[in-house]
Design a protein around this ligand. Structure first.
Ligand SMILES: NC(=O)c1ccc[n+]([C@@H]2O[C@H](COP(=O)([O-])OP(=O)(O)OC[C@H]3O[C@@H](n4cnc5c(N)ncnc54)[C@H](OP(=O)(O)O)[C@@H]3O)[C@@H](O)[C@H]2O)c1
Length: 324
């Protein structure tokens, strides 16, 4: 059985698994169906049994459902898990209706999260976005710094920020981790955000490694009209046809190496360095083994060169993940 590598998160930070478990798809976030609850709990526990201790959630994933689920899964084994929680998104019946980053709200949100999770301290607490025009970053980050002093939070994280926002937040309180979309299909952050994180000693928790399923090799054009992907330009009409042609190279390389395209897509993120952690949604136990195998894949310099050139910035049509 393979064992999962451990890395330090941030500068001299906590030790976590190099692969993170994203729990979002175990709950209904955008109004879709809820995953089978016992399979979700088994998946989280199987991850912990295999040394995957980094669990990612948001208090808005299923309006608290996701935290309750994690709370059940970690009951009696708190120390096996490193829990990362986002806050600030307001969801109403599957619709994102705004951001609430006011200090008074943050101090309220965290108390509910702690109860739902059944824990005393959140390991990594992060605003899901920053919006300086509405609530100054000083106030948002300053409030988390207070929660760290109070012992309710261990480390500060940020999510979906620009390089400028990252520098600003880190200037107020040291940021341990940055959560951001990163994959072969979305490499725009390589120009400024990734170098800024590296310079500041901030680890990158990279999600959407499959680019919302585009890199799995399982998508077929056209998508069903009720498929949520059809809202995004990269999954529409000619864009989708061209994008699926583009990923043939990944499919062929995966086949040659004896893996799936998803495993290779995760492996490529993993190969970017020890300061970058693939954060992958897995809603059934079988995914744990599949994705642990992905973490063991090595690329030759020629293979990396082929993937990097083929999936250069802009090669996927229809805008970026962040523009979707
Ligand atoms: N900060 C943010 O704004 C933000 C935004 C989105 C997500 N996130 C976090 O990041 C995590 C990952 O993001 P994501 O769900 O968008 O992307 P993802 O990890 O690329 O997941 C997409 C899909 O890939 C499937 N998958 C996983 N392993 C696979 C494998 N070996 N073979 C085939 N399919 C596989 C999963 O299917 P199954 O469900 O069938 O296992 C999942 O539905 C989320 O759970 C969440 O915690 C953060």
């Amino acid at each position: 059985m393979s064992t999962i590598k451990k890395i330090a998160l941030g500068k001299n930070g906590p030790i976590v698994s190099k692969l993170g478990l994203g729990c979002m798809r175990m709950s209904s976030v955008w109004g879709g169906s809820v995953n089978d609850e016992s399979e979700s709990i088994n998946t989280i526990q199987s991850a912990l049994d295999n040394g995957i201790n980094f669990l990612n959630t948001g208090d808005f994933y299923g309006n608290g459902h996701n935290e309750i689920l994690i709370g059940k899964a970690i009951k009696g084994r708190r120390d096996d898990a490193f829990i990362s929680v986002k806050f600030g998104a307001i969801f109403d019946r599957g619709q994102w209706t705004g951001l609430d980053l006011r200090p008074v709200s943050i101090k309220n949100f965290i108390n509910y999260s702690l109860v739902r999770l059944g824990i005393d301290t959140i390991d990594l607490y992060q605003p899901c976005r920053l919006n300086d025009d509405v609530v100054p970053t000083e106030d948002v980050i300053g409030t988390i710094a207070e929660l760290i002093k109070e012992g309710k939070v261990r480390h500060l994280g940020v999510s979906e920020v620009t390089a400028e926002q990252l520098r600003k937040a880190n200037g107020i309180h040291p940021v341990t981790a940055l959560e951001i979309a990163y994959s072969l299909a979305d490499r725009q952050i390589e120009s400024d955000l990734l170098p800024a994180a590296k310079e500041l000693g901030i680890s990158v928790v990279a999600f959407a490694n499959t680019a919302e399923g585009l890199l799995t090799g399982d998508m077929k054009a056209p998508l069903a009209v009720n498929d949520y992907h059809t809202h995004f330009s990269r999954f529409q009409g000619e864009n989708l046809i061209k994008n699926l042609e583009k990923i043939e190279v990944l499919k062929v390389l995966a086949h040659e190496k004896g893996y799936t395209p998803t495993q290779l897509a995760i492996a490529w993120v993993n190969a970017q360095g020890d300061h970058i952690m693939p954060l992958v949604s897995m809603s059934r136990r079988s995914r744990i083994q599949e994705n642990m195998q992905a973490m063991e894949i090595d690329f030759s310099p020629n293979e990396i060169d082929l993937l990097n050139k083929h999936f250069s910035v802009g090669s996927i049509l229809g805008g970026t993940y962040l523009q979707r």
